[in-house]
Write a protein that binds this ligand. Sequence first.
Ligand code: UD1
Ligand code: CA
Length: 473
Amino acid sequence: MSNLSLAIVLAAGESKRMKSKTPKVLHKIAGRTVIENLLTAVEAIAPKKLTVVVGAQKDAVIEHISAIYPSANTVFQEKRNGTGAAAALALAEYKGNGTVLILAADTPLLTTQTLQEFINAHQSEKNSASVLTALLPDPTGYGRIMRGDDGVITKIIEEKDASESERDIDEINTGVYLFELPVIRNVINQLRSDNSQKELYLTDVIELINKAGNRPYAILSNDYTETLGVNDRSQLAECQGIMRDRINYLHMQNGVSIIDPTTTWIDAGVEIDEDVLIYPGTVITGKTKINSAAVIGPRTTLDSCTVGEGAKVVESHCTDSKIGKGVKIGPFTYLRKGSVLKDESKAGAFVEIKNSTVGRGSKVAHLSYVGDAQIGDESNIGAATVFVNYDGEEKHKTKVGDHVRIGSDTMLVAPVTVGDGAYTAAGSVINEDVPPGAIGIGRAKQVNILGWVLRKRGNSKSAAAAKKAGAKE
Ligand code: UD1
Ligand code: CA
């Protein structure tokens, strides 16, 4: 726990470089927005007050913040005239003293641990101002750190205002700062916009603090990847990749086998037990929970699903579904919202299921659509069966009991019920209930017209084959 009076998150910018209708802080990384990733890290250090400065598309940003961090307070920056102006607004409405953490909303990879270490260093050294810095392999685009003696920063120079030799400096400003409140209050209103972007730069407080006789210190972070900013789509992709590696690493540490971590994308909120095996090309999102020894993939999507112990999901797309213990899904199965597959059941190749329950041990093995159905235990749904749930206007329900055998290519026209232990004949259109133990036959009786091929197709290979087999005209 830190001893922070205030945290200010700057999120008012226009996100021009993203070229998007969505503000950059609402773009997603590992299923969480950019700002949610940051606020999650900040929340754990428990600042007494947290203020987010909003501006561009403020309604969407405020709505999102109140959903993910209800105690946060927001301040509106009407004119987007720079990070310094944004910070000044939040400082103006806070009267207390102590330490303030200021950070940009677009650095989603920062961790609580790094923030905590930064705060510890600032407070134990009794600094008046500290800047978290990083050494980047490619510092392009970031503010550069001008150092004086003993770790003191004399100035931060923005890339756009830097000379060629200043651009060679590879220590950058991460945009994360700690200030003692009286120290920053003393200078924040002295910022000038005499720079290439005609903005009030928060970074200029460093020089002002020096002039006022205080010493701002650089504290170098030891993992530069945490401090990368999201300003355009390629940086967003880079951060997504780093977050993916972090999440996969943690799962692997916890006993999950991931065959190819570079093509396995798992959201931050996903839970996976020991001995789960994940094949390449798999995407696991939302509130998914996978129990031990399940096998997932290759090329499988699980969005907000639960997967039971030892279940197998191969080459399939599943959303908002419950997959029980030992269930087999796929290859090429589509489980839509509300599919419940009870223990030891199966949904095989080219099967689509929606808002339906498949009972314990029941099988929908091939080429079927199951919609709005309740299937009991130990039943078999023959290949190419369709649960005809839509009459063109409304959806209707189908009930299939326990130990039922639905013949291949049955059309179950809902609303309809097939009782326990009943059968349907292959190729039937079943639009009346089938009582328990009965067989429902809903198809024309077969007629064989003898000699037809010989009479109508006399010169064909079929006719020759038929003759050879003894057929007569
Ligand atoms: C900023 C720093 C730069 C640092 C980098 C780290 C300044 C002048 N530069 O540059 O030294 O290396 O962050 O990532 O601070 N914002 C507002 N109101 C505004 C303008 C911006 O709230 O008027 C917010 C943005 O939404 C963003 C943050 O401040 O979340 C930083 O702004 P951005 O334009 O991304 O600054 P950088 O150019 O990245
Ligand atoms: Ca930025």
